[in-house]
Design a protein around this ligand. Structure first.
Ligand SMILES: C=C(O[C@H]1C=CC=C(C(=O)O)[C@@H]1O)C(=O)O
Length: 328
């Protein structure tokens, strides 16, 4: 069952295998669909009960501490300097543990209210507010919003405007961005009769960070689905690197964690194949064994000019939406 909401309109899609009945709706007898928030103390798991704020949260390092992450970035920069690859995206995780089961509805409401320019999602305990659309297919029109290259916002509009200008001129960020755009354009080419790739990126303003952004568009050449396009595109160089195989191997060597579904495609597919697949960024996964615990993820594109301390600070900025969602 998929619940969608855009521009104040909500819709519900039920999916079933051909020849099999639909799962019973909530409250429809034999409910096979668990309402979000079920099992949360205070919410009583009922649709009408108010979402419950997390209590007594404690944050701890995941697989790597901050200094460990800087070490990994420095190692990646060395490998890039040695000519092994051009770009790699290195991620880290942070674990938040509350006093009782986290209520996903609380987190989703705060993400939707605080991060309106993003796609807020919740799939089987993976929650987030991603600003990056891997692919959208709508009546043969293919679009992809590519993000790479980041600067933290200060909250002061004048300063942020100046920072946006420096981001748009930063050769390090432009290089990082170009790899991501090239990977998307290359992956889409076999599926499109024409592709439009703007010459230079624009700056996307989010509440916590600004990104270099490029909206790639194409016309689908043959019968395909949004899911097949997502498969062709994933993982783009916004979350993996260039060349892809070398970056993938370096990620396995340096990250010391299982990304799980972080940075994977998340979205929906209609019966005619159209759909939207975001990249599961600015996200966290509630533990399947401990509902009071969530692992938050953030990664940064590393190129020859990357500075470990700046990348650690950038990853902290990318964790802000999920940290905000846990606040009261
Ligand atoms: C990998 C992440 O962000 C990607 C998307 C936008 C900007 C990025 C960057 O500047 O490094 C990353 O490529 C993340 O948020 O975990």
């Amino acid at each position: 069952m998929i619940v969608g909401r855009r521009d104040g309109r909500a819709w519900l899609t039920r999916v079933r295998r051909t020849g099999q009945p639909f799962a019973a709706p909530v409250g429809g007898g034999g409910a096979s669909v668990t309402p979000l928030g079920a099992g949360v103390a205070g919410a009583a798991g009922t649709a009408g009960a108010a979402p419950v704020a997390p209590r007594d949260l404690r944050f701890s390092d995941g697989a790597m501490s901050g200094p460990d992450y800087m070490g990994a970035v420095a190692a990646a920069v060395q490998r890039i300097a040695a000519g092994e690859l051009d770009k790699v995206v290195l991620a880290r995780d942070v674990v938040a543990t509350g006093a009782s089961a986290l209520d996903p509805r609380w987190l989703l409401r705060r993400l939707a209210d605080g991060y309106p320019n993003t796609w807020v999602f919740s799939v089987d305990r993976l929650l987030g507010a991603t600003p990056e659309m891997l692919v959208r297919l709508e009546k043969h029109l293919v679009t992809s919003r590519v993000l790479a290259g980041t600067i933290r916002r200060t909250g002061d509009d004048d300063k942020d405007l100046a920072l946006a200008g420096s981001l748009a001129r930063s050769s390090k960020d432009l290089e990082e961005h170009e790899y991501a755009v090239a990977s998307v354009a290359e992956a889409l080419a076999p599926h499109c009769s024409s592709i439009n790739v703007p010459e230079s990126p624009f700056v996307l303003h989010l509440p916590n960070v600004m990104h270099l952004a490029t909206d790639v568009a194409g016309v689908l050449s043959a019968q395909s689905t949004s899911l097949a396009l997502a498969e062709a595109l994933h993982p783009s160089a916004a979350v993996c690197g260039t060349p892809k195989i070398a970056a993938d191997e370096l990620i396995a060597e340096l990250e010391h964690m299982d990304r799980g579904r972080y940075a994977g495609p998340v979205g929906w597919l209609s019966a005619d194949g159209d759909g939207e697949w975001g990249i599961g960024l600015r996200s966290g996964a509630i533990s399947p064994t401990n509902p009071a615990q969530i692992t938050l993820y953030a990664g940064c594109g590393i190129v020859a000019g990357s500075d470990p301390e700046a990348e650690l600070s950038e990853s902290d900025a990318k964790l802000v939406p999920m940290r905000d969602s846990l606040g009261s």
